[in-house]
Design a protein around this ligand. Structure first.
Ligand code: G3I
Length: 362
């Protein structure tokens, strides 16, 4: 990390000692990351320096979800979200709101609601209050997150069950009213997969046919080493673009540890057998595996660059490997290495490979 910081040469001159993702891809798309609570509070100076140097778009990993913003019915706590928005403004970085409507990480009181009117009141009030507060201050909102099942049907969330299948359109309608100057996105994992993609396309068409605004779609991008679905991703970029939408990769990471299913449904868990094979890289990643990760990221960024006219942002789900949610899911207590920076904030071979693609084009 230290090698990446700007080093003062003389009083008037500085030289960069390493490349920066946001500078390298400045003409292509925004490069984002997800910030933890500690990072928003600027508690770790190494993380802070890396964030400022490498990224120009920020998503809150957790604190803009409804359980944090509205911990009690009608009582909002905007302290951390406001801090993130100020941080973005100060550093000239775009802020992405994540997320207005999600079945997970809801305030505790919502799980106790059983009637349509109460859920509708929460839904309307939450979207309106939160989206209007940040209108004009953030670039976009993940209005609805993860509304679909793997087969493309609607997930039976509390919103679907009590408000009916039009709740997604209704969420965008409310967000559009409250935040006329903010981009509005649908965000989900595995929506590059054909069945789920068809469901997403149907959902988007429905929103548009109702005369409601949707500006973009976020393909989360929780993928697995050696199994990146490049063909599906490319087809998806083209199909979503054909609907007139911006495409974003919103939660990118490439998992290295064994897993017996794909996706990011946090209700799924994997039992870790008492076998080191389930957690093989506790002491570090062998070179061959680093090279595999590098070649997977290389293939992804080549594809993103090929479609740079359609992709507006690529956001990594975390700043460094130590922060990644994949250390605790789908099995707790593992040591995962899915990002471009290691636990010491040092760039990994995958980082240099991603930078090199651009260098080789110039
Ligand atoms: O807030 C509590 C804290 O009070 C408590 O002390 C601590 C003890 O475990 O837990 C804290 O809550 C954790 C929360 O993150 C905030 O840090 C939860 O246990 C933990 O499960 C939760 O995980 C987050 C997960 O969403 C929850 O669904 C991950 O950090 C976050 O990376 C992940 O992000 C999601 C995206 O929002 C949507 N797409 C999938 C992606 C990965 O699951």
């Amino acid at each position: 990390m230290l090698g990446l910081l700007l080093v003062a040469c003389t009083r008037t001159e500085t030289i960069p000692t390493g490349p920066s993702l946001k500078k390298t891809f400045a003409d292509d798309f925004l490069i984002g990351t997800a910030l933890s609570i500690g990072q928003i509070e600027e508690k770790d100076s190494l993380a802070d320096a890396l964030i400022r140097e490498q990224f120009n778009a920020l998503t809150a990993e957790n604190i803009m979800k409804s359980m944090f913003l509205q911990p009690e019915w009608g009582k909002f706590d905007f302290a951390l979200a406001d801090k993130l928005v100020d941080y973005g403004k100060k550093n000239n970085m775009a802020i992405i709101g994540h997320t207005l409507v999600w079945h997970s990480q809801l305030p505790r009181f919502v799980y106790r609601l059983t009637d349509k009117d109460s859920v509708s009141e929460f839904f309307t009030n939450h979207i309106t209050t939160v989206a209007s507060r940040y209108d004009g201050k953030i670039l976009g909102w993940d209005v609805v997150n993860e509304a679909l099942n793997e087969d493309g049907t609607m997930r039976g969330s509390i919103f679907y069950r009590l408000l009916g299948e039009d709740y997604v359109t209704e969420a965008f309608r409310l967000a559009q009213l409250a935040a006329p100057n903010t981009e509005l996105y649908y965000n989900d994992y595995n929506i590059e997969q054909p069945n789920k993609r068809a469901g997403a396309i149907a959902l988007i068409k429905k929103i548009k046919e109702a005369g409601v605004r949707i500006d973009g779609v976020g393909i989360q991008g929780h993928w697995h080493a050696r199994r990146i679905p490049l063909k599906d991703i490319e087809e998806s970029i083209l199909e979503y673009t054909a609907l007139g939408l911006k495409v974003m990769i919103t939660e990118l990471d490439v998992e290295l540890l064994p897993r017996n299913f794909t996706g990011a449904d946090i209700s799924e868990r994997m039992k870790m057998k008492d076998d080191p094979a389930f957690n093989p890289y506790v002491a570090g990643v062998p070179d061959s595996v680093q090279q595999q990760l590098a070649s997977d990221y290389e293939a992804l960024f080549k594809l993103f660059l090929k479609h740079r006219d359609h992709i507006t942002r690529v956001t990594f789900w975390g700043v460094n490997d130590g922060q990644s949610w994949l250390n605790g899911w789908p099995a707790p207590g593992r040591t995962n290495h899915p990002l471009l920076f290691d636990r010491d904030f040092k760039p990994k071979p995958a980082f240099y490979k991603v930078i090199e693609i651009k260098d080789n084009l110039n």
